[in-house]
Write a protein that binds this ligand. Sequence first.
Ligand code: HEM
Length: 479
Amino acid sequence: MTPARHRLPGTEAAPPAGTGPPATTREAGHRAGVPLYGPEFAADPHDLYDRLRRHYGEVAPVELAPGVHAWLVLGYYAALEVLRSPHLYSKDPRTWRALACGEVPADSSVIPMMGYRPNALFSDPPAHDRYRQAIADSLARIDDHVLHTSVARTADRLIASFASRGRADLLIEYAAVLPVLTVNALFGQADDAGPRLVAALAKMFEGGEDAIEGDRLFTRYMIDLIASKRDRPGPDVTSWLMAHPARLSDEEMIHQCTLLIAASAEPVQNLIGNALRLLLADDRFAGDLSGGIMSIEAALEQVLWQEPPMANYAVHYPRRDLVLRGATLRAGDPVVVSLAAANIDPALNPAASRAGNRAHLAFSAGPHACPAKDPARRIATIAIERLLDTLSDVRLTVPATDLQWRMGPFQRALTALPVHFTPVHPPAIGDPTWTPSPLPPAPSASTPPAPTSTARPPASAPPDRPRGWNFRAAFRRGR
Ligand code: HEM
């Protein structure tokens, strides 16, 4: 008899732990997928990954939304096999069988994250090579100093908008907005366009009539962006993309820029949010395991290993019927890589996630691996440094265990990060009346926004935090 603790949510009679169904029956199991949505999964995804692994092995049948079936790859090496085999797996959602035949409705909640658009993420060669090269070459031209000053200035402005209050929601008022404003700046748009982009995306996330208005504002932003850069190119990502030998059309430009916004804002928001949670809640960050101090970079890597911002994504579609680690995949079945589960695969050496090892899959791997790992880390590091430097005694307002996670299969994202601190009055930065409206938490299965800016840090800016600086330790030292 199957013990109750071995039953998986959504299955009537899951097999006992450690055995798993015979490989030949695993195709039928695809119809009885375990839900990757709902409060139970959001509250403790690791528990579900663990039970899926014990019951099914490295590849398990799941449901991404009611009636949306997929395979979830939980094994690290199985994940690498999928990610590095473009000859076996397509990234093009137009090959998704259930969507093509109408079994999955075109308005399903997963479509914003999985539906086709002519961009790098959803393309195979030769289109992918062309888009990817243009994006990678343009991102490579971002000057590290410009990025630093831009993020620091944006961070300071946002902090100034709540610092005197003594409390804030760091997710809604900070982590969700900073990446959007940063992308606005990297795109070469004026500062005043940033709040417009934030507002457009906020409306899009709200749904209903607001979403239509948001969509209109977002389209306007994109058209203005492309038109202004065709007229007056500058030292910015938009102009570099335009000038690239790939010779992208205006329509292709809009799709790649939209991808850059979507692909950056949500993951960076989640990285900042999840790392702040770790820093504020975990005493190990008051001193590392060897009794020293652990840097913000180390906290970020720990999050990338254990709570990667995109928990389950990198969707692939088998080009033909295949057997993967005992699971029979049919051509056009969605195969979702659990970047989160793969990172904690027991087959990996437990020391793998120690500081210095960046072999995690948070940024994926293979030809579609994130082309912005370094800027993403930089943005998050600077954002957290500026915050903790300014609000040195910041504390969670609720116990860490009470923090809520957004529902949905793809992201690992908090809904809010309420904190309190001693009110401070940071020096005026730019226009003191400038306060972009914060983005509300995005719906669980939607596509998000992007970041901004260019400038010098305020004269009074604290010096760069030395590696190994720890805000709690510094606070205790009375800094
Ligand atoms: C912590 C932050 C980030 C994380 C965790 C992250 C993660 C990922 C992952 C997992 C993928 C692969 C998705 C898939 O195959 O379906 C990806 C792709 C991509 N990311 Fe990131 N990303 C981050 C930040 C950024 C930023 C800041 C940008 C741009 C400025 C960016 C641009 C892209 C693009 C363009 C792709 C598609 C690449 C391709 O398909 O060839 N990402 N990212």
